[in-house]
Design a protein around this ligand. Sequence first.
Ligand code: CU
Length: 114
Amino acid sequence: MMTRVAVVVLALLVVLTGCSGSSKAPQTATMTIVIADGSVSPNGQRVEVRKGGTVTLEVTTDKATIIHVHGYEIEVQANPGAPTTHEFTADKPGAFEIETHDPAVIVGQLVVKS
Ligand SMILES: [Cu+2]
């Protein structure tokens, strides 16, 4: 009985983490970026999305900065106070760096799969 439960839990984990071997990237992806006291989170996180999918950047910062999505040439101005949300369509396949400009740090990598 416990074995069966363990198998079900394991199967569920595989589905949830997307390690099922399927090459289908998700239709939507969200990256939550937090900048506080000069430190930036996440740090190089990889975010995958399917070509044509929607990417959402959620930025909370204690200092005015720009979030730059390389390749897409998207620049999001984020200011302290209210979080900034920016949504765009991932219409170009490839791998693109997302960075902040102040401090200049790579936040993550956007991987758009066709
Ligand atoms: Cu940049």
